[in-house]
Design a protein around this ligand. Structure first.
Ligand SMILES: C[S@@+](CC[C@H](N)C(=O)[O-])C[C@H]1O[C@@H](n2cnc3c(N)ncnc32)[C@H](O)[C@@H]1O
Length: 213
């Protein structure tokens, strides 16, 4: 009993000594003021343009009008089709697919200025052919992040490297029977269902068509 009493006494003395030391240390500690750094300024972000900037996978170039028509003819585009132009530039393929072939057509383009240009061109096309108003859409988006489940036709005018990525990442997700038409570049060594050359002046323009199994 006496031992227990001694133990409790030692514990009480040790605790009170430690508490006293702590109070003394704190009262002696120099009072360094907390430095308040200003937060970095965040620019106002317009939600419409808030996609992260990213280098396009191909530069902006236009498919010649005659080649556009030939591409859509080769794919036998009709009013039952949903055509996606991946990297739609000024919207010419999308507008032609709706205006000349009666398809529903969607342009996917990463450059917001080209989306605005496409919308201007669409307004002009609607003035001539009002019924296409509900058939055309442009989306500012990375083509590699686009949901293409409803696509029946895909048109491409990219670069060889980007086409290889399309082959590896997009083709496996497409429905059987989907037609892919590419201006200028193949899909690596994937054997084309058909190829055509369009001669304009002294230049030959190559078009490739694949129909997916
Ligand atoms: C050679 S142009 C073709 C334009 C149009 N399809 C035509 O045939 O006239 C390629 C287009 O793809 C766009 N592009 C490149 N990388 C892209 C990406 N990852 N997602 C969406 N658009 C992209 C470019 O901004 C450019 O407008």
């Amino acid at each position: 009993m006496a031992n227990l009493f001694r133990l409790i006494l030692i514990a009480a003395i040790t605790t009170s000594t430690l508490v006293a030391c702590q109070i003394w240390v704190n009262s002696e500690a120099p009072k360094t003021p907390i430095e308040i750094k200003p937060l970095p300024s965040v620019p106002n972000i317009d939600p419409k343009n808030s996609d992260p900037e990213r280098t396009p996978d191909a530069p902006y170039l236009q498919t010649p009008e005659r080649v556009v028509i030939k591409m859509l003819e080769m794919a036998k585009v009709n009013s039952q089709d949903v055509v996606y132009d991946l990297g739609s530039g000024d919207g010419r393929i999308v507008i032609a697919a709706a205006q000349n072939f009666g398809a529903k057509a969607i342009g996917i383009e990463i450059d917001p200025e080209l989306i605005r240009e496409s919308e201007r061109a669409t307004k002009a096309a609607i003035d001539k052919t009002p019924q296409i108003r509900s058939q055309i859409k442009f989306v500012k988006q990375d083509l590699f992040k686009t949901d293409l489940r409803d696509a029946t036709v895909i048109t491409l005018y990219l670069l060889p490297q980007a086409n290889l990525r399309v082959r590896a990442e997009i083709l496996p997700k497409l429905k059987s029977g989907t037609r892919i038409v590419s201006y200028q570049y193949s899909l690596g060594d994937l054997s084309a269902t058909r190829t055509e050359k369009v001669k304009i002046g002294d230049q030959e323009h190559m078009i490739y068509l694949w129909i997916l199994d």
